[in-house]
Design a protein around this ligand. Structure first.
Ligand SMILES: Cc1cc2nc3c(=O)[nH]c(=O)nc-3n(C[C@H](O)[C@H](O)[C@H](O)COP(=O)(O)OP(=O)(O)OC[C@H]3O[C@@H](n4cnc5c(N)ncnc54)[C@H](O)[C@@H]3O)c2cc1C
Ligand SMILES: NC(=O)c1ccc[n+]([C@@H]2O[C@H](COP(=O)([O-])OP(=O)(O)OC[C@H]3O[C@@H](n4cnc5c(N)ncnc54)[C@H](O)[C@@H]3O)[C@@H](O)[C@H]2O)c1
Length: 462
């Protein structure tokens, strides 16, 4: 008789949800966590990042308030006070995750877990308990939910750079920072540090930031970056980082250009946490560095499953949660609820946030003839401020079916708006449904229901 019905490795977004739902449905569940309860999102991801975004908005908010008649004098930002307040909140959340699991009846193991055989797990020392004596337990099923970690490009001097984990705990805010990578993390932290007053250099390999997003949206972001005081080095990779002194570095780019800075930050992608899990020994199949699973999150071994970033499907918290929820219901209730992963909305919390759902214009045009509706205008709020900042909104419609298959936006509150638009797109609504919806006036959001004539028609390219 195994010790547990199911053993979960990793108490992040996916593992916690799986464990709770499985326990609520009668399974005897254990979770091992080596580093922090709640995982990346709570401790080194979404939540502290969003708190940093809020912190970075203060200077502009003060400027805006002045434009609206307030006598606001902007003082200095106290980085240490902010970091301490943020850490206190994260500690509180960490505790909530831990107690939530305990209350659900899940047995908690502190330490790094690895597979000994398909039913045996060893939990050894990890960052949360470096002295832990290795213990072995058995389980009928195992769920691997170990997430991912930041990568460092193998260049000379790479050890001088920080990664996102460290960006949350810098002792001082760097006056100058050079961020490498134009993906989610690079763009969000460029906005954060620029908003707080740092001089930001942003280096990325492609001609435009945010690979994978709608090309027109990427172009709008590219145009906006310099207006936030961000110096953009597109189409470049760093070749070497030299330490010139304490907190003083030189980054050499492929084109011979050099950047002197106080901090180099690699935001060059993440990779699944599979090292040291004992996958090879047990025979769990890995593909491109991620655990290979089918659409039921099953690995090649019949009692072992994997969910979340360790499978490198859609690496977002709500997706890891949904995968955990579905798997727990499928195993312990027999009737799993379903989610529409293909219409997963996404947002990049830059100073002018970007959000998207569904197909990009380029993807849609591969499948069918399309109509593209766009709007670009100065939101009412910006008028008194006098800032030349425009919101950009876009709907992609399949010409024949008239279904809205994609929506994209850059501008204030785009992430908040896109959640609602995602419901419409998930429901398969047509452009006429958007058109017959009454707007809320005066808002930016009303533009999504008032775009009447297509900006362009695009014939199928595929
Ligand atoms: C800077 C940053 C910002 C982000 N912002 C957003 C955002 O705004 N919105 C969004 O949706 N997503 C965001 N993400 C992505 C999001 O954090 C991840 O998609 C999500 O956390 C994945 O959940 P998970 O359960 O797969 O893994 P994780 O949350 O990474 O959890 C895995 C857990 O497993 C533990 N672990 C690993 N190996 C072992 C082992 N051998 N034994 C025991 N425990 C182990 C780890 O310590 C960790 O706690 C962000 C990520 C980063 C890095
Ligand atoms: N708001 C959100 O939902 C959010 C926020 C942060 C992270 N995330 C998740 O975390 C994942 C990881 O984020 P990320 O930004 O690290 O990865 P990413 O894959 O989004 O972007 C990495 C970027 O680094 C560039 N790059 C890689 N190596 C380089 C090099 N040597 N020189 C120059 N540029 C280089 C790539 O071209 C790419 O633009 C995201 O894909 C996303 O799934 C989500």
């Amino acid at each position: 008789m195994p010790d547990f019905d199911v053993f979960v490795i990793g108490a992040g977004s996916g593992g916690v949800r799986f464990a709770r739902i499985a326990a609520q449905n009668g399974a005897k569940v254990a979770v091992a966590e080596s580093r922090h309860w709640g995982g990346t999102c709570v401790n080194l991801g979404c939540v502290p990042k969003k708190l940093m975004v809020y912190a970075s908005e203060g200077a502009e908010a003060a400027e805006d308030a002045r434009a609206y008649g307030w006598d606001v004098q902007l003082g200095a930002h106290d980085w240490s006070r902010f970091i301490a307040a943020k850490d206190k909140e994260i500690e509180r959340l960490d505790g909530i995750y831990k107690s939530m699991l305990g209350k659900a009846g899940v047995e908690l193991f502190v330490g790094r877990a690895r597979l000994i055989d398909p039913n045996t797990i060893e939990i050894g020392p990890g960052p949360l308990d470096e002295q832990a004596e290795p213990r072995r337990v058995t389980a009928k099923r195992i769920v691997i939910a170990t997430g991912g970690r930041p990568t460092r490009p193998p260049i000379e001097g790479a050890e001088h750079a920080i990664i996102s984990d460290e960006a949350f705990h810098l002792k001082d805010r760097p006056e100058r920072i050079c961020i490498i990578g134009g993906g989610y993390i690079g763009i969000e932290f460029a906005g954060i540090f620029a908003g707080l007053g740092s001089k930001v250099d942003l280096v990325f390999r492609q001609d435009l930031p945010l690979r994978g997003f709608d090309r027109e949206l990427r172009e709008k972001l590219h145009e906006a970056l310099p207006h936030h005081g961000i110096a953009v080095h597109a189409g470049q990779s760093p070749e070497r980082i030299e330490k010139l002194g304490e907190g003083h570095y030189r980054v050499s780019l492929g084109n011979g250009e050099t950047i002197e800075t106080d901090c180099v930050f690699f935001a060059t992608g993440r990779k699944p946490n599979i090292d040291g899990l004992g996958l090879d020994g047990v025979g769990v199949a890995v593909k491109d560095g991620a655990i290979a699973v089918d659409d039921q999150s099953a690995t090649n071994l019949e009692n072992i499953y994997a969910i979340g970033d360790v499978t490198d499907r859609i690496n977002l918290t709500p997706v890891a949660i949904a995968e955990g929820h579905i798997l727990a219901e499928a195993l312990y209730t027999g009737h799993a609820r379903s989610w529409s992963f293909e219409t997963t909305p996404k947002a990049v919390f830059f100073s002018e946030p970007l959000a998207s759902v569904g197909l990009t214009e380029e993807e849609a045009a591969e499948k069918a003839d399309i109509e593209v509706f766009t709007a670009s205008f100065r939101p009412l709020r910006q008028t008194l401020i006098g800032r030349e900042r425009k919101a950009f909104m876009k709907l992609v419609v399949e010409r024949e079916s008239q279904k809205v298959v994609g929506a994209h936006m850059m501008g204030d509150a785009s992430a908040e708006m896109m959640q609602g638009i995602a419901i419409a797109i998930t429901a398969g609504l047509k452009k006429i449904d958007f058109d017959r919806t009454i707007g809320i006036h005066p808002t930016t959001a009303e533009e999504f229901v008032t775009m009447r004539s297509p900006t362009r028609q695009v014939a199928r390219k595929g």
